[in-house]
Write a protein that binds this ligand. Structure first.
Ligand code: 5AD
Ligand code: SF4
Length: 494
């Protein structure tokens, strides 16, 4: 290992970027880069960007303005600071970033992270580099695996990218252009990666991909495995107690995957299944390739397999040509499905996508008004679901200390944050918590074992269908998900 230098990676956007950021840090670790939590003392800053909506790219440019001043301050101190831009903005804008932001030393597209050590070395010698080719070789074959210590430091939950890119070409979406065609990692490579995570103490794994349920990686027998087969393989792995996957497209929800929600106790009863709109006219214009009825049919099949499934979604308001009637159909769909929560966005025309060239673009004020109205309905559904949790006992995987003294925070099977007063020794453990209160989308409660309440007898066993949710075991209409900002990206794609 060479002399230690400090690396600060800032992720924008979805979980796929969080995962990529970690792998970039792992790949730079043998070069002597140690992660730091603050930009101020870094020798190399990587912004891992997101291009899904306009604001995201603008945020990157304003961040680069701040970094320019930081770079000047470092130079005044006799230090050199390198600034790299990675991710989808890098992929889409390439040279434009270097032209627009003089602080940037290097631009690396989302398929080329394994080349970072060489690119950084080149930039350190004073050359500005832009590398946004779609690499022919698989970046995952070259990206370094995290050390056991790095995995431990990242906690008891982990993301694993299983596929990238998308072939669906929804008319609003840049993903097929920035991340390219759908490609799936071989199952055995994913299994090995999850084994390593389990060995380092990870208990919950979320499989991620822009269109994760289109997964079709080559399996151990040389034939393609679909996502259900992969989940089944991972569900039996010692140490891995919980599995999730995101983000899914309704059309790729095949029968085996629906059945996995019934048959695999490790698969948590929570699913992010974006629908984008409740209007058939708009769905067709968006090239979603499914109708409202198709979507509701998938939901019904899923709820039959897993009655307590908490569903969340993404919505876009103000797609070109969306009428008040179309929008009303979106509002009724939210109530009909009974979402646990949802992310909602104003349509933002992305250059190069078909939607950007469509006539009948909506005024900003109209989009803002619809967004407000949609969020009101989503909030109502979410609140309903939160309230339905009070008095229930949920199994919680504790992840970290809370903000207040003596508090620890974990997640319910439905991905809700749950806060209790308990010793930090419980972090990494799964325990039953009786929910006593809900505030700001967080649940509060106490360890079921420390309560003398008769609830104890009702506590669901970990691993039983229902994931530890006590009766009633009927469809609850979704549970609250942590949605700190309703416009925050849940997971780019699908
Ligand atoms: N405008 C607004 N929202 C968008 N999304 C993707 N592209 C756009 C766009 N051009 C949203 C979709 C997707 C989520 C990740 O971001 O709802 O599911
Ligand atoms: Fe693919 Fe999802 Fe984008 Fe549609 S919205 S093109 S399914 S990533």
């Amino acid at each position: 290992m060479k002399g230690a230098r400090k690396l600060y990676v800032k992720s924008f956007g979805c979980q796929m970027n969080v995962y990529d950021s970690q792998r970039m840090a792992d790949t730079l670790a043998p070069e002597g880069y140690v992660e730091t939590a603050t930009a101020e003392d870094a020798d190399l800053i990587v912004l891992n960007t997101c291009h899904i909506r306009e604001k995201a790219a603008e945020k990157v440019y304003s961040e680069l303005g701040r970094l320019r001043r930081l770079k000047e301050a470092a130079a005044a101190d006799g230090r050199s600071l390198l600034v790299a831009v990675a991710g989808c903005v890098a992929q889409a804008e390439g040279d434009e970033i270097v032209r627009r932001a003089p602080a940037v030393d290097l631009v690396v597209g989302s398929q080329n992270y394994h080349r970072l050590p060489d690119l950084v070395a080149h930039a350190a010698r004073g050359g500005r580099v832009v590398d946004t080719d779609f690499a022919l070789d698989d970046k995952f074959d070259h990206l370094a695996a995290p050390s056991r210590a790095a995995t431990r430091a990242r906690g008891v939950t982990a993301f694993v990218t299983v596929q990238e890119g998308c072939d669906k070409f929804c008319a609003f979406c840049v993903v097929p252009y920035t991340r390219g065609a759908e490609s799936s990692r071989p199952a055995e490579k994913i299994v090995t990666e999850v084994e390593r995570l389990a060995d380092a103490g990870v208990r919950e794994v979320t499989l991620i991909g822009q269109n994760v349920n289109a997964y079709h990686g080559v399996g151990a027998n040389g034939r393609p495995w679909r996502l259900a087969r992969l989940l089944e393989r991972l569900a039996g792995m010692p140490g891995i107690e919980r599995l999730r996957y995101t983000t899914s497209h309704p059309l790729d929800m095949d029968d085996d995957l629906v059945a996995a929600h019934r048959d695999l106790p490790a698969l948590m009863p929570q699913l992010h299944l974006p629908v984008q709109s409740g209007s058939d006219r708009v769905l067709a214009a968006m090239n979603r390739r499914h109708s409202r009825a198709d979507y509701l049919d998938v939901v019904a099949r899923l709820r039959e397999a897993r009655p307590d499934l908490a569903l969340t979604s993404d919505f876009i308001v103000g797609f070109p040509g969306e009428t008040e009637n179309d929008f009303a159909a979106t509002l009724t769909l939210v109530e009909e499905v009974g979402y646990a929560g949802a992310f909602s966005f104003k349509y933002s025309p992305r250059p190069g996508t078909p939607g950007a060239d469509m006539s009948r673009q909506l005024q900003e004020a109209e989009k803002s008004d619809r967004l407000r109205r949609l969020q009101r309905v989503i909030d109502q559904e979410q609140a309903k679901f939160s309230r339905a949790c009070v008095g229930r006992t949920l199994s919680v995987l504790f992840e970290r200390p809370g903000r207040h003294r003596g508090q620890i925070v974990g997640r319910s099977p439905y991905l809700q944050p749950v806060q209790i007063q308990a010793p930090p020794s419980l972090i990494g453990e799964i325990a039953d918590v009786t929910i006593t209160e809900v505030a700001s989308n967080s649940l509060f409660g106490a360890l079921a074992s420390s309560l003398s309440s008769p609830c104890k007898g009702e506590v669901g066993e970990r691993g039983e269908p229902g994931g530890g949710l006590t009766p009633p075991r009927t469809a609850v209409g979704g549970l609250t998900l942590p949605l700190p900002g309703r416009e925050k990206i849940a997971g780019a794609g699908a």
